[in-house]
Design a protein around this ligand. Structure first.
Ligand code: RIB
Ligand code: CA
Length: 307
């Protein structure tokens, strides 16, 4: 019995790999993709989502475009990480598929029925708008598995991870919604580095494998220069992998709040890692550990199975 999922994303190298992992895994059924401004502008993240689905021969999966800016703040993209296109590295043909004629916030509400897991892998703007426009969705959305946030250090400021930083107000609304949120944050994604050896295992397995290897080659440049890593954290793929196999990530049910009014810490996910806040609502599940090797082997094996 596969779990139906919807991915809300900002492709983005790791978003693209997350989509391909979902398509390659029988444990999940990708019902739809929605796009949001984040790593790049909405126009570019939407084209990139269409490109990836067409690469996998899955143009049948509907795509809806969403917010082109955060709820209140000015969009900040990550061209330094993902390039001007948002998917620099491989050369993918321009898509021929069109998006559906609905805003992502409305399309998400349409797609979400009991049992569907929402997997956002970008800023939470579309999810917050969905909750605002369709409050009834709370009655049928049982789980959100979000790649974002961090217990410890940030990656776009010393305090904040990118997806949370771009739209802290949206993240605050989602974590206050009453819907259980599992936070797949930097603390665990940085423990599972996809290396050149992993990429080389995929390079000749097929079109998808070659593209993932080339995405990784480009993505690696940033992680080598910033962190001196010998690989790249495929952040968003770990959120999808958590739905595929919940034993990969260890989570802690605790209180998580989002900072929205600070000179230095806007976008910080304030995680009560040691449960010091007696009586605080345990509104979320923070990823605190990962079986990195099993995750990476799952990723290589599944992507390698695609044509
Ligand atoms: O901080 C990493 C996250 O921000 C990933 O989802 C990446 O794709 C960017 O959206
Ligand atoms: Ca992303």
């Amino acid at each position: 019995m596969s779990t139906p999922i919807v991915i809300d994303c900002d492709p983005g190298h790791d978003d693209a790999i997350a989509i391909l992992l979902a398509l390659a895994s029988p444990e999940v059924e990708l019902r739809g993709v929605t796009t949001v401004a984040g790593n790049q502008t909405l126009e570019k993240t939407t084209v990139n989502a269409l490109k990836v689905l067409e690469l996998a021969g899955r143009a049948d999966i509907p795509v809806a475009a969403g917010a082109d800016a955060p709820l209140t703040r000015t969009l900040r993209v990550a061209a330094n990480v993902h390039g001007e296109s948002g998917l620099d590295g491989p050369s993918l043909p321009e898509p021929t598929t069109q998006v559906v004629d609905a805003h992502a916030a409305d399309f998400l509400a349409e797609l979400i029925e009991p049992g569907v897991v929402l997997v956002p892998t970008g800023p939470l703007t579309n999810v917050a708008l969905m909750l605002e426009r369709h409050p009834d969705v709370r009655d049928r959305l049982e789980s959100i598995v979000w790649m974002g946030g961090a217990i410890a250090e940030g990656n776009v400021t010393p305090a904040a991870e990118f997806n949370a930083f771009v739209d802290p107000e949206a993240a605050a609304a989602v974590f206050a919604s009453g819907i259980p949120v599992t936070m797949i944050g930097l603390d665990i994604t940085h423990k599972a580095l996809f290396t050149r050896a992993h990429a080389d295992r995929l390079r000749d397995t097929g079109a998808a494998g070659r593209v993932v290897a080339e995405l990784s080659d480009f993505f690696q440049r940033f992680h080598e220069s910033r962190y001196d890593f010998d690989g790249s954290p495929i952040h968003d793929a770990l959120a999808v992998a958590h739905v595929i196999d919940p034993t990969l990530v260890t989570t802690l049910n605790c209180n998580i709040e989002i900072e929205t009014a600070s000179q230095y810490c806007d976008g910080r996910t304030v995680v009560d890692r040691w449960l010091v806040l007696e009586g605080a609502p345990r509104n979320a599940y923070a990823g605190i550990d990962v079986d990195a090797q099993r995750f990476l082997e799952l990723l290589v094996e599944r992507i390698g199975s695609l044509a």
